[in-house]
Design a protein around this ligand. Structure first.
Ligand SMILES: Nc1ncnc2c1ncn2[C@@H]1O[C@H](COP(=O)(O)OP(=O)(O)OP(=O)(O)O)[C@@H](O)[C@H]1O
Ligand SMILES: [Mg+2]
Length: 291
């Protein structure tokens, strides 16, 4: 866990536990944002981290991907908290994965873009909600799955996040997208909307080791972002494509497959980057999937 008692003594020093907010973002569509949000969240939860996954995409793929079934009313999303009509805590539901909770998405989130855009403080409403919620000490990490556009929801996520994790498809077009999102992060910092925001990492997805292209794209990213590039790469895997249709994470759908090992390694790498060393509770192989 993020916090803990530093020394076992009479008056232990308690380190403040602050939920770290990570936006999984890339304005380019279909690059593996949601797949990463689901499986990184599940991987961290397996490693004893208390995780809140917030689905900010009206497509609601992260919601169905962790097996959450909407109750039919479709209003158990972050819509009402964003408009100031109720608190965030009311919308948090447990998932069937231990240590993983969720704020689901649904179609009503599509409308929030328009309603929020009318409000002067629209960019910082999510930021304020999450900053207030940090005081509750309920979670170690909050993972935001974002939509593939530079609309209000996506920019709100960037304004609210402590860190950005960019999933990047191993394609040349992916590099163009990377330049754009890095520029947007810079703008968010410069406008003062979120001066502290940092680029936590870049995670290469859909890596195909049989092609030179995948290797070249990874090398190119390594040249420009050596510190941010994850050593772990996520391989292209049919099993990853199948898992959401069963409402399962890759760890449940294909626990010993390459993609499962890779997302487990990505979770380990994420924790190491955050100076946390937590053993997995499930059987996760120690094989490495890196280039
Ligand atoms: N490593 C992978 N190997 C094979 N297929 C993958 C992999 N990662 C993701 N996919 C598939 O690619 C598609 C897009 O992935 P995903 O939904 O995670 O991307 P996204 O960036 O969230 O998309 P959007 O921009 O629409 O939100 C999905 O069908 C998913 O199952
Ligand atoms: Mg998505």
């Amino acid at each position: 866990m993020v916090c803990g008692v530093l020394h076992q003594r009479k008056n232990p020093i308690i380190v403040e536990n602050r939920m770290k907010i990570i936006a999984i973002a890339n304005q380019k569509g279909g690059v593996g944002k949601t797949t990463t949000a689901i499986n990184l969240s599940a991987g961290l939860a397996q490693r004893q981290q208390r995780v809140l996954l917030i689905d900010l995409d009206p497509q609601a793929n992260a919601t169905s991907g962790v097996g959450h079934e909407a109750d039919g009313y479709d209003d158990d999303t972050i819509y009402h908290p964003l408009l100031g009509e109720c608190g965030l805590a009311e919308k948090i539901v447990p998932s069937r994965i231990e240590n993983l909770s969720l704020i689901p998405s649904g179609m009503d989130l599509a409308g929030v873009e328009i309603e929020l855009a009318r409000m002067d403080d629209h960019l910082v409403r999510l930021r304020k909600l999450l900053a207030d919620y940090k005081q509750h000490n309920q979670f170690d990490f909050c993972i935001l799955d974002t939509p593939p556009s530079l609309g209000v929801l996506m920019t709100s996520a960037l304004a609210a996040a402590d860190e950005i994790l960019i999933p990047l498809q191993c394609e040349w077009f992916g590099l163009e997208g990377l330049a754009k999102i890095v520029q947007v992060i810079e703008q968010i910092r410069e406008t003062g909307a979120n001066p502290q925001i940092t680029l936590e990492g870049i995670l290469m997805t859909m890596y195909d080791g049989r092609t030179n292209l995948s290797r070249q794209v990874v090398e190119e990213v390594a040249n420009y972002f050596p510190a941010q590039l994850y050593k772990t790469v996520i391989p292209r895997s049919i099993r990853i494509g199948e898992a959401p249709s069963h409402g399962k994470t890759i760890f449940e759908h294909d626990p010993s497959g390459n993609a499962s090992i890779a997302y487990g390694n990505a979770a380990d790498e994420f924790l190491t980057r955050h100076n946390i060393f937590a053993p997995p509770s499930g059987a996760v192989s120690t094989n490495t999937t890196s280039v």
